[in-house]
Design a protein around this ligand. Structure first.
Ligand SMILES: Cc1ncc(COP(=O)(O)O)c(C=O)c1O
Length: 333
């Protein structure tokens, strides 16, 4: 999984518990909205709070009327699913190894484009100019920044960019703050588009505890914790990459998120072998553009990574004797 271990921290849990005392009243979204707006240096009407990024994708799909939607893959599959469920055709823009975005690969007629940054599962961080090149007055550009708060200084984020037309930045508190069960995120964008999304929301779309979390996670205390975690994450990811470099696997370079994407031979057997040794990795075959030989590995502490790398080395040695004939056609996709 790609949710930070050890989160939510104790101070955040305490805040959530305290917010339960307020749940007798309907939630007031204003303070959290103001806090998020201040955090990104934007006016309040450029913030729409949502029940996680997942709600944002559904709102985009239901409230907007794209004629030519395009999703840049490989990436998280929920945005495409939401678009299809809302009745839209979706073109897939396949980004090949090493998964750097080429803006010219996106069809110019696409009037809705979804791209992840940094991208799940490749961990690739597309530079801001590549994304800015996709922004256009006749297009809605949805940038899923659910993992952006894992990137120190967020240099590639469009969250504070008010100069680009049609950009909707989707953020989530799920990953870094360990709040998957709370459902809290938001969209940043131009007020008319956000008003269209808001019109598709029910009243009181976020609970009082979720709003408390949004305020807490944009506080100075949260910023300090984030900065400390960035150092740990950077060191732990470098350690994972060093250990993986010593094994017969391909590692997608320049990982920026709290996970790393690798390619192995006989991925299905390797995944099973790791499971037998007590390690679960994320399968790659359910991501468009990848296949069973791709595995997403979470960044964990050094001891866990060492144990994992040993297990992966052992598993690869065991499966090395397999012939390609052992791999079924679906697995070799
Ligand atoms: C890239 C990406 N965006 C968004 C989400 C969903 O986030 P939320 O929990 O805020 O709905 C996920 C969850 O896995 C994700 O991987």
């Amino acid at each position: 999984v790609n949710v930070r271990t050890g989160a939510p921290p104790a101070w955040l849990r305490e805040g959530l518990r305290a917010s339960v005392d307020e749940v007798g009243a309907y939630p007031d979204l204003a303070p959290a909205r103001e806090a998020v707006a201040a955090h990104h240096g934007r006016p309040v009407d450029e913030v729409l709070l949502t029940a996680g990024a997942a709600e944002a994708f559904v709102l985009v799909a239901r409230a907007l009327a794209p004629r030519h939607a395009a999703v840049v893959h490989p990436q998280f599959t929920e945005p495409e699913r939401a678009l299809r469920l809302a009745g839209h055709d979706v073109a897939r823009v396949a980004v090949p190894w090493p998964f750097a975005l080429d803006p010219d690969a996106v069809p110019s007629r696409a009037d809705l484009v979804v791209v992840g940054n940094p991208t799940n599962p490749t961990s690739v961080l597309h530079p801001a100019p590549s994304l800015a090149a996709l922004a256009h007055p006749d297009r809605t550009l949805v940038v899923d920044e659910a993992f952006m708060d894992a990137v120190p200084g967020e240099p590639a984020s469009l969250a504070g960019r008010r100069d680009l037309p049609g950009v909707l930045v989707v953020r989530s508190l799920t990953k870094t703050w360990g709040l998957a069960g709370l459902r809290v995120g938001y969209v940043l964008g131009d007020p008319p588009t956000l008003a269209r999304l808001a019109a598709a929301q029910p009243h009181w779309p976020l609970s009082t505890p979720a709003l408390a979390a949004a305020e807490a996670c944009t506080s100075a205390r949260a910023a300090a914790e984030l900065a400390a975690w960035h150092d740990t994450l950077t060191a732990d990811r470098a350690h994972l990459e060093t250990r993986l470099a010593a094994l017969p696997v391909d590692v997608v370079p320049q990982a920026a998120a709290p996970f790393v994407l690798v390619r192995v031979r006989h991925g299905t057997s390797v995944r099973q072998g790791l499971r037998d040794r007590g390690f679960a990795v994320r399968r790659g075959d359910t991501f468009p553009g990848l296949g069973a030989d791709w595995l997403r590995v979470a960044v964990r502490d050094r001891a866990t990574t060492d144990a994992f790398a040993d297990a992966l080395g052992g598993t690869l040695a065991d499966t090395d004797g397999d012939t390609l004939a052992d791999v079924s056609p679906e697995e070799s996709v």
